[in-house]
Design a protein around this ligand. Structure first.
Ligand SMILES: [Zn+2]
Length: 533
């Protein structure tokens, strides 16, 4: 009786509160926007702003934190350097252009990626139309997904987002207090949602939104605005820092050199050829299965990296779930169709890097056991627990507990018909928690990121040959995740050539007074005191 009374009182209170909120909401939203506008220079000044250009430089977290040497939460973050960055927001016409250059602050395989390419990357949004400048001087329409991301990016600027709310107050809702800050949600007509926080003085402190990631599912981004300075009567921040809710990684940093307001800007309107072209759609993945040994197939094709299929007596094992969920789904389907009647039960992961695990959520959702180095278990447990709600996501649609089989130094998968040995990759500075596979019957080495025939530079010297020698393996053929199947002799020759190219780049940059990551190229120490032969 007593609890029932308490309940109805509580029920009444909720009804009263929500009807009060309904009445108060529009006024609170207007107050929120008015406070922010006042702090940034006043509503009339903001309404009159025609354009803003933010120029500076920065850094980005490589693969959102999924490209480090180990999968540990304490692994040092690899950074992409962004030496030039410029964002022009044409508020008058609803257009934005981002121009940037970047290069890796760590050793990797392409010269342009390592030193920076000759052309800046230039992306545009004009209303609903996203497009890019291609290196050949032409224009290319970008995907609907790119348009959505750029609409959000346009609003990760305090003046742009508050000005948008001044012009259409209905986008603002759910004003609430959080400590000394006030928060409000912004919902665009096109469906994108952002949350803006303003501090006690009314200045925007941060903006937060969600985006889908193939590896991580739903990811929350939060960009903080700091160091406001006035420009032509408008307050603009001198620093942008973006953190994601995956390990609180600083995903992006922007150090501002210059904020420009209402200076002459280029015409950012979309060319007619772009407007009239269809939205690009990636081709449906259609992987092929090519036999590379007795009971071993390379699964390869358009739009994704390779996987490898092993046929055991009563089940199938796949090596690698790369690229994306859709690609890995197609590869899994191809694996099942290649050997009908035997269940695919497990997938070996070469290493945790996000290009090699872009389909891991698909593999988890299919109930496959993940076989990987023991050092990666924590990361894969984190990934298995992450939600996927805002875009098609295999694990979001079908959450499953992670099935994980840890490999330390060596794991033999063997039955009457097949033997596959998995070995920990040693003597390698690209991955400390990698596995490669050896199939003794066909003398195959199956590997991810030991070697890719498409690489230009090689920084790891003898690592592939060292690992083969250390394990005393008989290898005739390299079966790679990236690239194509090649005789091992050719692979080792190509490695020599790519190593010389890396050494040459070090000589070139040092003679120009530039001291790049990884230079000079190091010869790895021997794995053993005296290699057993
Ligand atoms: Zn890698």
């Amino acid at each position: 009786m007593r609890s029932r009374t308490a309940l109805s009182v509580l029920g009444l209170a909720i009804v009263a509160a929500s009807s009060a909120a309904l009445v108060a909401q529009p006024r609170r939203a207007e107050d929120f926007v008015a406070r922010a506008a006042e702090a940034l220079g006043g509503a009339s000044r903001l309404r009159a702003v025609r354009n803003i250009t933010v120029a500076g430089y920065g850094e980005g977290a490589y693969m959102n934190g999924g490209g480090n040497i180990s999968a540990s939460t304490d692994a040092p973050q690899k950074w992409i350097s962004i030496p030039e960055y410029e964002k022009t927001i044409d508020l008058e016409h609803g257009r934005v252009r981002v121009r940037q250059r970047n290069h890796q602050n760590f050793v990797f395989a392409g010269e342009a990626g390592y030193l920076g390419g000759p052309n800046a990357a230039v992306t545009y949004l004009d209303g609903d139309v996203a497009f890019n400048a291609a290196p050949n001087g032409r224009w290319v329409r970008a995907t609907e997904q790119a348009a959505r991301a750029r609409r959000v990016d346009m609003l990760t600027n305090p003046v742009a987002i508050v000005r948008a709310a001044l012009n259409s107050p209905a986008v603002v809702s759910h004003v609430r207090n959080e400590a000394s800050s006030q928060l409000a949600d912004f919902t665009l007509a096109t469906g994108e949602k952002l949350t803006l926080s303003i501090d006690a003085s009314g200045l925007p402190a941060w903006v937060r939104w969600m985006a889908h990631d193939e590896n991580l599912g739903d990811v929350t981004f939060r960009t903080s605005f700091t160091g406001y300075l006035p420009v032509k009567g408008v307050m603009l921040p001198m620093g942008y820092n973006t953190v994601i809710d995956f390990r609180n990684i600083v995903q992006n940093k922007l150090y501002v050199d210059k904020n420009a307001v209402d200076e002459a800007i280029d015409d950012l309107s979309s060319p007619a050829e772009v407007r009239s072209s269809a939205l690009p759609r990636p081709p449906a993945p259609t992987p092929d299965a090519t036999p590379v040994g007795q009971g071993v197939w390379l699964l390869h094709g358009n739009g994704g990296a390779n996987s490898v299929l092993f046929e055991f007596a009563d089940h199938l094992t796949m090596f690698e779930a790369p690229s994306s969920q859709a690609w890995t789904k197609a590869v899994i389907d191809r694996a099942r169709a290649t050997v009908p009647g035997k269940p695919l039960t497990e997938v070996v992961v070469s290493h945790h890097h996000f290009d090699h695990t872009g389909g891991i959520r698909q593999a988890m959702a299919e109930g496959l056991t993940i076989i990987a180095h023991k050092g990666t278990e924590g990361l894969f447990r984190e990934i298995a627990l992450r939600k996927g709600t805002i875009a098609p996501d295999a694990l979001g649609a079908n959450p499953r507990p992670l099935k994980f089989r840890a490999v330390d130094d060596h794991l033999q998968l063997k039955d009457a018909t097949m033997q596959v040995d998995l070995y920990h990759v040693v003597s390698n500075s690209h991955m400390a928690e990698g596995l490669f596979a050896h199939v003794p019957s066909s003398r195959l080495s199956v590997q991810g990121d030991f070697f890719d025939v498409g690489w230009e530079l090689y920084w790891w010297q003898n690592t592939y040959a060292d690992n083969i020698a250390y394990r005393r393996l008989q290898v005739d053929t390299d079966v790679p995740v990236h690239g194509r199947v090649l005789p091992i002799g050719q692979v080792l020759q190509d490695i020599q050539r790519m190593t010389k190219a890396a050494e040459a780049i070090c000589v070139r940059t040092q003679s120009a007074g530039v001291f790049s990551a990884g230079c000079p190229v190091k010869v790895p120490s021997p794995i053993m005191e005296s290699p057993a032969r």
